[in-house]
Design a binder for this molecule. Structure first.
Ligand SMILES: [Zn+2]
Length: 411
């Protein structure tokens, strides 16, 4: 188990519990496209950095719990990806050169069918590249974010056989005209952030003493009500939860893959074996096909009984955060992903405490016998420095008092 240090210490340093993904796939977020356009994820501004960290946390979570480790590298990468529903008639490509859009066949805005991956020549083994963008969406779409993949590349024999979905990567992009919330970052391990939920799972009222939003007319749990921990959320859309949703699309959860990999019945309901086992039968999809039906209820992943609208439901209630649910994890498994059932299974927990009572930050953890330990620190959750410390159970950060850093310890 992990414990958080009392909040007073967090003013001087931030503790980031968990393990770096040391095995399994690594989702690599590439912000080059955004840097060439609005720079909405600019790490030099506090707003941009908060947005970047929200997505890095969602990607780090999925990278940790997805354990496939047999994906071949791609020694050459010469791919492209596409955008739709943008109001801009021209955007910049990865080299900063303007590209003209084509009028969207839906009658509003522009599409970009082929932005080339010119900033990369290869993809490492088990890496999955996700390009990130932010644009002004056109008035004809109700979407606030879009995610997907484009490629026939496959990374292993099961991929070639059509029994697993795995390709080089995809893209996710966000409407900068939407009011977004990038606070209350859960880090890569969200399981300590689930809060409490009314033990009555079909209550007559939405009690104010829990953290979860119960819809009293639809009789559905909608999500984690962020206003219970941060009133400033207002009616903004949660970038972490929506980012997680778009990453599920980028990892392959789209209409065509429901049909080609997961399987659907004559009603269009999903019949993948993991989905059916989790749901108790075929899982209804929304008309868009790449989502579960509106209001689909599921147990939050590794939560011991908290119910939420599934993350892969088509919509999110403003002000709510939707975490990954067991049903979303089942859909990933039916695509061929090896998804851990619990955080402890994915990243064996270190009992880690930070002690700022002296001068510098001192980390203490429970020693794993005969294991070499490595401390990782970061100031931005993006770039990490690793320090091999050997078979010890404590380490004092030599950085000056007051330095803000995130820490992880792995073995
Ligand atoms: Zn979606």
């Amino acid at each position: 188990m992990t414990r958080n240090h009392p909040a007073h210490a967090l003013a001087a340093a931030s503790l980031f519990l968990g393990a770096l993904p040391s095995q399994g796939i690594e989702i690599v977020l590439d912000f080059t496209l955004d840097e060439q356009n609005y720079n909405w994820f600019d790490p030099a501004t506090s707003e941009g950095m908060a947005r970047r960290q929200a997505l890095e946390s969602a990607a780090g979570f999925l990278s940790t719990i997805i354990r496939n480790d047999d994906w071949n590298s791609l020694p050459t990468l010469n791919e492209s990806f596409s955008f739709r529903d943008l109001s801009e008639s021209s955007i910049n490509d990865l080299d900063g050169n303007p590209v003209a859009g084509a009028p969207d066949p839906d009658g509003t805005g522009y599409v970009y069918s082929s932005i080339s991956t010119t900033n990369r020549s290869s993809v490492g083994a088990n890496q999955y590249i996700v390009y990130v963008g932010a644009f002004v969406f056109d008035s004809g779409t109700s979407s606030h974010a879009i995610g997907g993949w484009d490629s026939n590349d496959r990374r292993n024999a099961a991929g070639m056989d059509g029994t697993e979905f795995n390709t080089w990567g995809g893209r996710i992009y966000f409407d900068i005209g939407t009011d977004w919330y990038a606070g209350s970052n859960p880090g890569i391990n969200p399981t300590n952030d689930y809060g409490i939920q009314d033990p009555d799972k079909s209550p007559s009222t939405d009690i104010s003493t829990d953290n979860w939003d119960w819809h009293t007319t639809l009789l559905e749990w909608k999500g984690f009500q962020l206003s219970t921990i941060d009133p400033s959320v207002g009616s903004a859309a949660d970038l972490y939860g929506v980012g997680l949703h778009e990453l599920l699309h980028a990892l392959g959860l789209t209409n065509s893959n429901f049909i080609n990999y997961i399987g659907v019945d004559a009603n269009g309901d999903a019949i993948g074996p993991h989905l059916v086992a989790e749901y108790g039968g075929p899982v209804p999809r929304s008309s868009s096909g790449g989502h579960f039906d509106y209001g689909t209820q599921a147990e939050v992943w590794d939560s011991e009984g908290i119910i939420s609208e599934a993350n892969l439901d088509p919509s999110t209630t403003n002000g709510n955060r939707k975490y990954l649910t067991r049903l979303d994890a089942a859909a990933l498994r039916d695509l061929g992903y090896d998804v851990a059932a619990t955080w402890a299974e994915a990243a064996p927990a270190l009992d880690l405490l930070i002690d700022l009572s002296g001068a510098q930050a001192r980390l203490d953890w429970t020693l794993f016998a005969d294991s070499e330990h490595t401390v990782h620190w970061s100031t931005d959750l993006v770039n990490w420095t690793s320090v091999a410390v050997g078979t010890v159970d404590t380490w004092t950060d030599p950085a000056p008092v007051g330095t803000r850093r995130y820490y992880q310890v792995t073995r």
